[in-house]
Design a protein around this ligand. Structure first.
Ligand code: ADP
Ligand code: ASP
Ligand code: MG
Length: 406
């Protein structure tokens, strides 16, 4: 089985010993255990800050060298804690574990999981401890998998090694109906489908990294999200069963990590959008929402959202295109946030968006962009209003612990 422990779970020496204790219990029950660890506490953020203090130039290859160091510390300390408890454990970097990725530093994609050394360690009766969030590229450079990427390491290893289960241990007791830090009355969800979890992860519910959920769905790896503090039963994420009860709304999520770019007065003719989004894709920029109005006098506006971290690179692409096609200069806006409703039952129930818009209106919150999928509705609002929006929607759809859940 694969067990992944997040940053807070291994945040200090006492936490590492507590986790080691739990691993020993699992190993002694006769299971082959592969452990994936994140960097301790806020280590990754601290390393990022340090890079900023040292230089304004951050070559992507060197950033990945730097950031992968955090997980290396955790894996070595975890093996020492396990040794202290009489368990033979051996640590592996992503590269040593045979996690092969593409060459996109900072958000590399896993191409293959070889795992030979892990299999050898397990066959020798040892616990394998793997550094999360990293791999080695087809160009033999160390890469990272994007923030929260240790989740992806865990799921990829579970798939590659055909593990019987994949447990993600974190600092909350499962996936909740909203971020418990914002909504204290949020309810723990016992079970979710991959599709719902994908939407939750894609819209800011950072309890699982989006790529890890994509990987789990594509490779049929059921996930358990649990607490490394209480060890109680958490949330199961797996395939949707036909009989599975489908609540109208399962969760409210929010995301403050995106920004918006608007390109005004674009000539309304074929090929412009293609050029724009081709240019953005060429820089590996993930565009989320896109809005284009129908034109009134031969020109139109295109707005889209993208990660704040990519705002500068995105503006460069759009500015070049704007001068090429004679459009007005584009505008950047980093004061936005997105609030979303997710629920498998939305597929068959119209009218949920109307209720959502009414709740936002009643709270005086203006909607700037809207997008939907069969099981999600998202609205872009001002960042200052997003917490109020989450609280109001969570209450309006009766999602509290003791609510009826529709
Ligand atoms: P880890 O370091 O274990 O990977 P993360 O900080 O990445 O932990 O993810 C856990 C955090 O996700 C929780 O502390 C919680 O604040 C946040 N979170 C956001 N949305 C949700 C949600 N819907 N359910 C549970 N946790 C959520
Ligand atoms: N340490 C990395 C991060 O902070 C990866 C992870 O924790 O999953 O994003
Ligand atoms: Mg995480």
């Amino acid at each position: 089985m694969v067990q992944k422990y997040g940053g807070t779970s291994v945040g200090d020496a006492a936490r590492i010993r507590a986790v080691a204790d739990h691993i020993v219990r699992t190993a002694k029950s006769g299971k082959d255990v592969v452990v994936v660890v994140s960097a301790m506490g806020k280590t990754t953020d601290d390393l990022l800050r340090l890079a900023g203090d040292v230089s304004s130039v951050h070559p992507p290859r060197e950033m990945d060298m730097l950031l992968t160091a955090g997980e290396r510390v955790s894996m070595a300390l975890m093996c020492m804690a396990l040794a202290d408890l009489g368990i033979d454990a051996v640590s592996f970097t992503g590269s040593q574990a045979g996690i092969i990725t593409d060459t996109i530093h900072g958000k590399a994609r896993i191409l293959e999981v070889r795992g030979d050394r892990i299999r050898e360690a397990l066959a020798a009766g040892r616990v394998a401890v793997v550094a999360g969030f990293q791999g080695v590229s087809t160009d033999r450079d160390v890469t990272t998998l994007g923030r929260g990427g240790s989740d992806t390491t865990a799921v990829a290893l579970a798939a590659g090694l055909a593990a019987s289960s994949c447990e993600i241990y974190t600092d909350v007791t499962g996936v909740f109906s909203a971020d418990p830090r914002i909504v204290p009355g949020a309810a723990k969800l016992a079970r979710l489908s991959f599709d719902e979890m994908l939407e939750i992860a894609a819209t800011g519910g950072r309890v699982l990294a989006l790529r890890s959920v994509e990987f789990a769905r594509n490779h049929h790896v059921p996930l358990q999200v649990r607490s490394s503090f209480t060890w109680e039963a958490g949330t199961t994420i797996d395939e949707e069963e036909p009989s599975m009860e489908q609540p109208l709304v399962t969760a409210v999520t929010h995301d403050t990590s995106e920004a918006k770019i608007t390109l005004p007065t674009v000539p309304d003719k074929p090929g412009i959008a293609a050029k724009l989004f081709h240019g953005l894709a060429g820089k590996s920029i993930n565009v989320d929402m896109i809005v284009q109005n129908s034109s009134l006098h031969g020109t139109t506006d295109i707005s889209f959202t993208l990660p704040k971290a990519d705002l500068q690179a995105g503006m460069q692409v759009v500015e070049e295109l704007a001068s090429e096609i004679g459009a007005e200069p584009p505008q950047a806006d980093d004061g936005i946030a997105k609030v979303s409703l997710i629920g498998a039952g939305m597929r068959t129930h119209p009218g949920i968006s109307a209720t959502m818009f009414e709740v936002l209106a009643a709270n005086g919150i203006n909607i700037e962009m809207i997008s939907t999928s069969p099981i999600r509705i998202s609205c872009v609002v001002r960042v200052g209003a997003v917490e109020q929006a989450v609280l109001a929607l969570h209450a309006a759809f009766d999602l509290e612990e003791d609510g009826t859940g529709n």
